[in-house]
Design a protein. Sequence first.
Length: 153
Amino acid sequence: MPTTRLLASQVIRTARRGFTLLEIMIALAILGLLVGLAVTNLDTIFGGAQVKTVQIFVNESIKLPLTSYRIHMGDYPSTAEGLRALITPPASKADQWHGPYLADGKLPKDPWGEEYVYRYPGVKNKTSYDIFSKGPDKTEGTPDDIGNWSEEK
């Protein structure tokens, strides 16, 4: 009698080992829906990170190099000198320059591969400088510009 029981349980176990075609199709459909949702939201996920990166740069990361430059040189770089003055000394005051003021010695680019726009005196910040990215559309003066005057969204 014990041998028949053993054989019956072995038969039941082997019959339950695989998935049915219906179960596999349901799992694939659910997986397809999840992948579809993830792919459609990638732009939102990465786009938000790019905007946040620019906001951190224009509001925080560039402050120390520009302030150091101002302490040594007496004022911020002019619009004509631009951010380039942080990595190469201006000809008129080369003896006062203690740079480069940017750690890696090169001008940073925004997440869309464009150079940041710098103005001193600022148009939006009348008593200070303006620094901004032209944003994803790479066009200056549009609503997607992200500058040191921008409000966090």
